[in-house]
Design a protein around this ligand. Structure first.
Ligand code: MTE
Ligand code: MOS
Length: 793
């Protein structure tokens, strides 16, 4: 035990201690068990799914004779073998496990095969003879909007009178922001291992952020009572939202084959197939029409958001809602109209990805701000500040929630000073003027992100906590571990409450038989919800143990104190373990549940008014880039971040989330490009063609600070704040630094057109387009900018 690890109560690792991830030692030694590492039971079969090869077609005939005859094949399953519902849709029943008559994306599952080895199964799955009758596919968000092809109804949110405000404004711009999707690229691919038990029961190990939903999906598909299915997950090798709703398909297939064969069946999906078959971040096209004053203050704005949802609804409703609710980012939009089109396309069903639509909403408004600034020849930061929410006025969001915790002003002030933004901006401009080929750019962008599931009922959590007679504990809650450090944080909460060393707490796998009906670990709410539930369970146990100790010492329970692994009554004390043993002898229960639901929240989805979020997380980043204007190649040379986590439960874990989230956001906006061909086939389905950031892409100078705050204004667990998703949106600063560098190639007279991802190719194209635009009207460049921005829509 080192001093640094000691919490306030004298035990190792209470709240606020920078402990390493509970599994870090196992991770680096390769000893952490992922689903594929669970020792296989004798007789285990391996499964593979047969994929369709059309984006949109009717199935005329499906001949599986060759599949059945392939070496090692033991069983085949098609839709006809499903005893229950042929569906794993999380919200709407529109996700067939196996397509029957119609295929709706290239890669949709048609059937599955179980064979003796993984290789045999994968080879057999390719031998199907399928006859299709092709139908015309709709492939993009805009095509879907134009064809009125939607997975869910169009939504509208209005405050004030945007039309009138835009028309009356001194300045007006129209434009468009496009942003691509993103593959979650979890390192551990989708996997499920289904083990049949006695009397029709089933145990499924699955890499999922939502074991409870997988349990229900499997039960419904197999027509089993939910109580007959247990789903377990000790950890995922990353989820990033990709394992929020979609593991259900793989679990259902493994379970179905296990049912059919009576043998354990493992389905580990090949990386390329995983990328083809699983949903990604929604790509968006946002069109805007904005009116503003001389200071760049937005007086009225209309935003039209169109997203590519794919062939089914999945979580697209809530994702697009969140995009609408984050279209303000940190800015007060007094008169605003937002329309949101949820495009149905013949592509894979897009799903959750860190930020859950929030990032897309924020990229839209940030481009509006940047276009305004360039139009006015102002520092984009000045325009941002002119539009910031206030603290006493101009502090009601477009959905009617009053911001009571706005700390964006001090965060930006601190960051501006720490990063020397103003000085560097001046120097960069001078350097750019002197250097014809290499341009630098700098940008500061803010983040405000709402915390809570917007579906209010999901904001609940449960915990099950046991104490054993040797003073060790087992901790279980409804949350899942995907690398984000949830398990250690919740363990720290329990250690704090009972003043015991965190090492005494055995953290067990998420398990639907221990904590039922748990929500997905998502919306960054894992530690908020499960931390509070665990605290409640620990408090129940503490009260019981205090009662036992009080009896033993002959004092009132209020006189009992827990400190440094001991239970104290004045100057007398007993080891925690001894009190646990006394409780057992006194026949006092040493097991407790805890439950939590987030207070205050709730809103009316019909009017878009209310309090969808319990509180907000804030942060800001300054990024500087350097661009070779002859090739478009670029590097992020320096990044400064100040990010608010309230009173951190674990600063080491939080720092990891801030850094990792930022880098993942930069990947989304700069190098990760998904590309479908004209037939709707995803061509970027491996790291060879899909470029995620690697260690060498981390900025050489990367200064990250946790904002020194008064703690969360709301009573979140120990006044901490969620940290999982918000830092991703700090990456927007790199997109804007690139815009700034590109603007330099035309003497800062025009606003660049730059879609995300801003790959080197896109940057080069943007530079060429900008120069061409400038050449057209060199004398009146600024007017040209205005005119072309208007035409751009
Ligand atoms: N961090 C790691 N290392 N791996 C992940 O898969 N998922 C992110 C974020 N951070 C993720 C991660 C997403 S999408 C969410 S919603 C949160 O973690 C979920 O965990 P939390 O609620 O405990 O923060
Ligand atoms: Mo995170 S996108 O809410 O799983």
């Amino acid at each position: 035990m080192t001093r640094d690890d000691t919490g306030t109560k004298g035990a190792r690792g209470g709240v606020g201690v920078a402990l390493p991830h509970d599994s870090s030692r196992l991770h680096v030694r390769g000893e952490a068990d992922y689903t594929d590492d669970i020792p296989e039971v004798r007789g285990t079969l391996h499964a593979a799914i047969g994929l369709c090869e059309r984006a949109h077609a009717r199935i005329v005939a499906l001949d599986l004779a060759k599949v059945a005859a392939a070496p090692g094949v033991v069983a085949i399953a098609t839709a006809e073998d499903i005893p229950g519902a042929n569906n794993y849709g999380p919200v709407v029943a529109d996700d067939p496990i196996f397509a029957t008559t119609l295929v709706q994306y290239h890669g949709q599952s048609l059937f599955a095969v179980a064979a003796r080895t993984v290789r045999q199964a994968r080879q057999a799955a390719r031998l199907a003879a399928v006859q299709y009758e092709d139908l015309p596919p709709i492939l993009t968000a805009e095509a879907a909007r134009d064809a009125q092809s939607f997975v869910l109804p169009t939504e509208r949110l209005v405050r004030g009178d945007p039309r009138r405000a835009i028309d009356a404004a001194p300045h007006r711009l129209r434009g468009r922001a496009r942003m691509g999707g993103q593959d979650q690229f979890y390192l551990e691919g989708m996997i499920a291992y289904a083990l049949p038990g006695e009397d029709g029961t089933l145990r499924v190990h699955c890499s999922t952020q939502h074991p409870g939903e997988v349990q229900m999906q499997v039960a419904h598909a197999l027509a089993l009572p939910v109580a007959d299915v247990v789903v377990l997950c000790r950890r995922m090798g990353g989820g990033f939202g990709g394992k929020e709703s979609q593991p259900g398909l793989f679990a259902c297939v493994a379970a179905l084959l296990a049912r059919k064969t009576g043998r354990p069946v493992k389905l580990r999906v090949d990386r390329d197939d995983d990328m083809v078959m699983t949903g990604k971040r929604h790509d968006f096209v946002t069109e805007y029409d904005v009116g503003f004053d001389d200071a760049g203050r937005i007086l009225g704005i209309e935003l039209a958001l169109a997203s590519r949802c794919g062939y089914s609804a999945d979580l697209s409703g809530a994702i697009n809602d969140r995009a609408m609710l984050h279209s303000d980012n940190c800015y007060y939009l007094e008169n605003v109209g937002i329309v949101s089109y949820r495009g149905k396309t013949h592509t894979v069903s897009n799903t959750a990805f860190r930020g859950f639509g929030g990032p897309q909403g924020m990229v839209g408004i940030e481009q509006v701000i940047d276009d305004i600034a360039r139009h006015l020849d102002a520092d984009p930061l000045a325009v941002r500040k002119a539009n910031f929410y206030g603290t006493a006025e101009r502090n009601v969001t477009h959905y009617g929630q009053t911001l009571v915790d706005n700390v964006i002003h001090p965060i930006v002030a601190e960051l501006e000073a720490a990063s020397e933004y103003a000085r560097r901006r001046r120097e960069i401009r001078a350097q750019n003027a002197a250097n014809p080929y290499v341009k630098r750019g700098i940008a500061l962008t803010p983040v405000k992100f709402g915390i809570s599931f917007t579906a209010t009922h999901l904001n609940q959590a449960g915990c099950l906590l046991h104490v054993y007679t040797d003073g060790t504990l087992q901790l279980n809650h409804g949350g899942t571990e995907m690398g984000q450090g949830l398990f250690i944080k919740v363990a720290q909460v329990v250690a704090e409450e009972l003043s015991v060393d965190v090492d005494r707490i055995r953290i067990t796998a998420s398990d639907t038989s221990r904590v039922p009906n748990a929500s997905a670990t998502a919306a960054s709410s894992g530690s908020d919800l499960n931390g509070k539930a665990a605290q409640a369970a620990a408090r129940t146990l503490k009260a019981r143990l205090a009662g036992v100790a009080a009896q033993h010492f002959g004092v009132a329970p209020e006189a009992i104190a827990f400190r440094a692994n001991r239970v104290h009554a004045g100057d007398r004390s007993l080891p925690f373990a001894e009190v646990a043993r006394l409780a057992w002898l006194a026949r006092v229960s040493l097991s407790a549940t805890g439950f939590y639901r987030t207070p205050k929240i709730g809103y009316d989805r019909k009017t878009w008014r209310g309090m969808p979020f319990y509180y907000f997380c804030y942060g800001a980043a300054v990024s500087e880039v350097i661009v070779d204007t002859l090739t478009g190649e670029n590097r992020v040379v320096r990044v400064d971040i100040v990010h608010d986590v309230g009173t951190s439960l674990n600063p080491a874990v939080d720092m990891g989330q801030i850094e990792g989230g930022f880098v993942q956001g930069v990947g989304w906006l700069t190098t990760e490009e998904l590309w479908w061909n004209d037939e709707g086939k995803l061509m970027t389905h491996a790291p060879s063609t899909y470029k995620i950031p690697v260690a060498s892409d981390v900025p050489a100078e990367f200064n990250v600070r946790i904002f020194e705050s008064q703690g969360n204004a709301e009573d979140a667990i120990h006044r901490s704040k969620a940290v999982g998703e918000p830092p991703l949106m700090l990456g927007i600063s790199v997109l804007h630094a690139l815009r700034d560098a590109i603007a330099a190639t035309a003497g800062y007279t025009l606003s660049p057109r730059l879609d995300a991802p801003a790959t080197a190719e896109a940057v080069l194209a943007s530079i060429d387009e900008l120069r061409a635009r400038r050449a057209q009207a060199p004398a009146a460049a600024r007017d040209a900018s205005q005119a072309s921005a208007k035409v751009a829509s």
